[in-house]
Design a protein around this ligand. Structure first.
Ligand code: PLP
Length: 369
């Protein structure tokens, strides 16, 4: 039997700050720019396993410059939110999915795995400790950033023998403070985000840094994000840091399409939730819900035939992000936005998810703290 200590939430030690921060007025919150009073940290070593979890004052980390995170990118992260509901209660949204994905990311880069339920208990304790930072109101939330890094000192390239799991939290305001703003995309085939056999389906920091340069190039041409294509066929994969959905209508029969989880797509919690809600709530005689390969050529063809109805990205930060235009092979494909800056399904999905996240509708996905 292994003598390694498992992650154990019951052992958590809480040290409260003696210098609480002044809270910003919620209208002044900028995504990821201000943080709460505390952080959760848990150290791990290959010899002993998981150490005592600590909730302690937010502060800098002290790491040896040779730590493997700085040289070989032993880093993974998650993004999730805590919401304040209309009764003042606190809720997470499907934390089991984020934490399962975190373990899958850890497994991919030889960082230690852990008991998901224990980490969810610790997250709940941490959120309770800093609950006064959760802004109230529709669109407001506390963004949680669970992270794990390899901390071994030394330049050998091998699996980490030391790691640090930490969670920080940032109060955030609505992504769209004045209603949806549909975005313009540049379909990018000169740079590739992920490839078969790679690690695009894991939330590793190393997947993100190389995406900034193509995004800046698209921005310099007036497009907010890249639509990442793959292969000679120009398969549609993701948009920026979101999953991507298209709606087509052929002779009155509608299809909601997103790329299948083939290893090149991040397994988005929002994506999974939209598929499940669409399957259970949209009338089956009108709608087909598809996870299938889709090429940019098909989108262009169906646009020319008048079959393209709407398109949107999905992710924790924005929930849904409507798309109004896609540049592909020199042509701007104009995506209809029948409600001005969004389409009907985009609006519907936004409402469905918001109602569950803010507890206006009781649902098994809402995790009360
Ligand atoms: C590359 C990428 N795709 C998709 C998503 C959306 O995932 P989720 O819905 O879990 O936020 C994210 C954000 O986490 C992402 O970074």
């Amino acid at each position: 039997m292994s003598s390694l200590a498992p992650l154990d939430a019951s052992k958590v030690q809480i040290t409260k700050t003696t210098t609480p921060k002044a809270k910003l007025p919620k209208e002044e919150l900028v995504f990821g720019q201000s943080f709460t009073d505390h952080m959760l940290t848990i150290e791990w070593t290959a010899e002993k396993g998981w150490d005592t979890p600590q909730i302690k004052p937010y502060g800098t980390l002290n790491l040896d410059p040779s730590s493997c995170v700085f040289h070989y990118a032993f880093e993974l992260f998650e993004g999730m939110k805590a919401y304040r509901d209309a009764n003042g209660g606190i809720r997470l949204f499907r934390p089991d999915m984020n934490i399962a994905r975190m373990n899958a990311s850890a497994e991919r880069i030889c960082l230690p795995e852990f008991d998901s339920e224990e980490l969810i208990k610790l997250l709940a304790e941490f959120v309770k400790t800093d609950s006064s930072f959760i802004p109230a109101g529709d669109g407001y939330s506390l963004y949680l950033r669970p992270t794990m890094i390899g901390t071994d000192a030394g330049l050998g390239v091998s699996s980490p023998g030391k790691a640090l799991l930490f969670v920080i939290a940032s109060p955030v305001g609505p992504y769209y403070s004045t209603g949806f703003k549909a975005v313009r995309l540049e379909a990018t085939s000169y740079a590739t985000r992920a490839w078969p056999g790679g690690c695009g389906n894991r939330k590793l920091g190393a997947n993100y840094a190389p995406c900034i340069k193509p995004q800046r190039q698209a921005a310099s041409r007036g497009y907010q994000q890249n639509l990442w294509l793959f292969g000679e066929e120009d398969y549609i994969t993701e948009v920026g840091t979101m999953n991507l959905f298209f709606v087509f209508n052929k002779d009155g029969k509608k299809e909601l399409v997103t790329a299948p989880l083939d290893g090149t797509i991040l397994e988005g919690v929002t994506r999974d939730s939209i598929l499940a809600l669409a399957r259970s709530r949209l009338p089956t005689d009108e709608w087909t819900i598809s996870e299938r390969k889709l090429t940019m050529t098909e989108v262009a063809e169906r646009y020319h035939k008048g079959e393209l109805v709407e398109a949107f990205g999905s992710g924790t930060a924005a929930v849904v992000s409507p798309i109004k235009e896609i540049l592909y092979k020199g042509e701007d494909i104009m995506v209809p936005c029948v409600n001005g800056e969004s389409g009907n399904l985009t609006d519907q999905v936004w409402k469905w998810l918001g109602d569950i996240q803010y507890g206006r509708e009781e649902h098994e996905w809402s995790f009360k703290i």
